[in-house]
Every structure is written in structure tokens, then in C-alpha cells.
Write a protein that binds this ligand. Structure first.
Ligand SMILES: CC(C)(COP(=O)(O)OP(=O)(O)OC[C@H]1O[C@@H](n2cnc3c(N)ncnc32)[C@H](O)[C@@H]1OP(=O)(O)O)[C@@H](O)C(=O)NCCC(=O)NCCS
Length: 201
């Protein structure tokens, strides 16, 4: 099942990054990376057309308190985000009914691609959710065309779980892969449902 989650002021630190809640002063940084065509689209959402649109989304982030801003330590600039989202199809995927988890989603400013920044951020969130919050599992997905995101998930230790058609936030559908990670400190044996989409080995 989906675990309850709020950032609640939690700050995560890595070698190069600080992960913290979004605040109103992050608007320009957020708009700077979210308005670049072709970035959000890889994650299923349309790039922002105006700063007002970024403001609305950022207000949601602040209200819902489940999306970490990824900041560069050296200058406190927000260059991306990692969301601790609810996974979908909770009723269908009965293998998780006795276990707690969430789905991770992320995006990074195009200016910073290829430096291992997102794996560093995602690993910090995984360590927090498994190590401190004691989650049982995490899901992370990508659309099949998104090799870059596939690599992030492989590097962080996710394994292929399901192959299925997924909705995008642009009202389209895309073939995609859901990956899964079970908390390595727990001895969990899942009894999987829906074999027709299952690719777990
Ligand atoms: C996916 C994303 C977060 C990766 O972040 P990152 O910090 O660049 O990740 P990495 O540095 O580990 O690079 C991942 C892969 O991207 C590819 N890559 C690296 N630099 C690249 C560049 N400038 N352009 C295109 N691809 C590049 C490489 O294949 C790399 O894999 P490798 O380590 O095996 O060489 C980033 O590309 C992004 O924000 N994409 C758009 C949004 C998105 O796809 N979100 C995820 C939705 S599921």
C-alpha cells in the first residue's frame, strides 16, 4: 500500500547536493529548468509555458510536501526535484497490500545532465525511505524511449518489475517499464499478481 509521506522539513545531504522542501524563493530556478522544451516531456509532462504555470505547480509542491527540491550545495540553486509519489494501480497490484512503499519521480535541469547528479539525489532519498522511514519497497518507472532515466534506475539498484502502457500528464499513453526495489534489510517475498505484465526475475 502507499505509505503516508510528507517531507516535514527533512533535509537530506549528499556530497554535492542538499535535498529540501521547495519554498517560494525557488520560483525562478524552477521555471528555468521546467520551461526547457524536451525535459519534462521525457517524464510525461509538458514543459512550462510561463512563470505563472511554474508558480501553480510549485504551490502544489509546497502544499503537498512530497517533492524534494534538489539544490547544488555550492550556490543553493535548485536544479531539479525528486518526488515521493503515490504509486498507481494500488488495488490491482495486490503483492504490496501488506507492505508500505511509494513511487519515485525526478527531473534534472538539462544544464546538469551526465554528471551523476540524479543518481546521487535518488540514492539519498532511497537511503532515507528505507533506512529511516523503514519502507518495504519503492517503485520507479520510465517510458521506454527514456534511456537516460533507465540508467539512473539501474545505477540506483532498481530491477525490472512490469512492462505496461502508462498514462502521461499530457493525456497520451506510452509504453513503459516499472522498476522495483525491495528494502535490502528486510526478508520480503512478494506474491505477484497480474502475470501478463510481470517481468520480475
Ligand atoms: C533522467 C535524468 C534525471 C538523468 O539525470 P543525470 O544526473 O543526468 O543522470 P546520469 O548523470 O546518471 O546520466 C544518466 C544517463 O544519461 C545519459 N546522458 C549523460 N549525459 C547526457 C546528455 N548530456 N544528454 C543525453 N543523455 C545523457 C547517459 O547515458 C547516462 O548513463 P551512463 O551513466 O550509463 O553514461 C535527466 O536526464 C532528466 O532530467 N531527464 C528528463 C526528465 C526525466 O527523464 N525524468 C525521469 C522520468 S522517468
Amino acid at each position: 500500500m502507499n505509505a503516508d509521506f510528507r517531507i516535514n522539513g527533512k533535509i537530506l545531504e549528499t556530497q554535492r547536493l542538499i535535498l529540501r522542501p521547495f519554498g517560494q524563493s525557488d520560483l525562478e530556478d524552477f521555471y528555468e529548468y521546467a520551461s526547457v522544451a524536451g525535459v519534462g516531456e521525457m517524464a510525461g509532462w509538458k514543459h512550462h509555458e510561463s512563470i505563472e504555470e511554474s508558480q501553480k505547480i510549485m504551490d502544489l509542491f509546497i502544499g503537498e510536501d512530497k517533492v524534494f527540491a534538489v539544490c547544488l550545495k555550492q550556490n543553493n540553486k535548485v536544479i531539479g526535484s525528486v518526488g515521493v509519489e503515490k504509486y498507481g494501480l494500488e488495488d490491482a497490484f495486490t503483492e504490496f497490500k501488506d507492505y508500505y512503499g511509494r513511487e519515485l519521480g525526478y527531473v534534472l535541469s538539462k544544464d546538469y545532465w551526465g554528471r551523476g547528479i540524479m543518481p546521487e539525489a535518488v540514492n539519498a532519498v532511497i537511503d532515507y525511505l528505507f533506512g529511516e522511514l523503514d519502507y518495504d519497497f519503492l517503485i520507479c518507472g520510465y517510458y521506454s524511449f527514456n534511456e537516460q532515466s533507465k540508467r539512473v534506475q539501474e545505477k540506483c539498484g532498481f530491477k525490472p518489475y512490469r512492462s505496461l502502457v502508462m498514462d502521461t500528464a499530457m493525456n497520451t499513453k506510452e509504453q513503459g517499464i516499472l522498476n522495483l526495489m525491495i528494502n535490502p534489510c528486510k526478508d520480503i517475498k512478494l506474491r505477484f499478481s497480474h502475470p501478463e505484465t510481470l517481468i520480475w526475475e
